[in-house]
Design a protein around this ligand. Sequence first.
Ligand code: SIN
Length: 301
Amino acid sequence: MTKLRTEVGALTLEKPGMVASGIMDETGPSMERMLRNGAGAVVSKSVGTEPKEGHSNPCFTEVEGGLVNAMGLPNPGIDAFAEEMENATRCGKIVGSIYGAGPDEFSALAGRMEDYGACAVELNLSCPHAKGYGMEVGTDPAMVKAIVGAVKSAVSIPVWAKLTPNTHILADIGRAVQDAGGDAVVAINTLKAMVISPEFARPVLSNRFGGLSGSAVKPVGVRAVYDLRTVLDIPIVGVGGIRCWRDAAEYIMAGACAFQVGSAVLTEGVDVFEKINRGLERFMDDYGYRSIKEMEGAAHE
Ligand code: SIN
């Protein structure tokens, strides 16, 4: 699979597809399973300082073309996550996803993820429905710069920032990550969304709002990556609605050097990475691409 090898800055991945944060990545065994099924790396569920139960049910519903979730960032807290990381990092590359309220909290969490053997840390600056976290801190370029700068000073592993599409200043946020020394941006997290049950005259999710993922968001993600590519020099990881090799190729040609798959692990099955890898290789052979690098940003030329 050397043709599929790619670099996200200093980090080499043997395969360009990673499991996106939030799917099959809450425990060591689930992360291991995805690594054995063709993922180049797994991004962990976002972990915070303290254990968090998350929202009560329903926290997840299916819509045409996707899923809407408001899990509420459930996680066991950074201390308890050590054991999951210890098991999973023995099998392959784990990117530690973290959420926090500001520079100090993010820096402390990133340091722990580095201690646990994470190959990179992904800052969740983009959850669309968490009070005081996610996009509430990730849509202010000055705050983003402060967080990324602080984390860069605290760790020596690569620092990635996962960005929200729920903004009209995506380019400014991307620039803030780059100016602070961030190693890569990851685009996009879910789109803020709502589903209402006419029968009950109420929002379906207990949190009322959630985030839309799945194939419906793919064109939004591809556009975001394309736009970021025009303003940034740092690597871009594409995510949002990827189900097959064609979707992955779109993101790469928009400017991504690697990609993540989330909802499709549920809808297509755990062998989705093997299928994408095979399809991408066949496409590259047929169209004369010798590497992911050669495909990267091809739609801009
Ligand atoms: C959640 O746990 O509610 C989703 C996290 C995210 O969208 O980043």
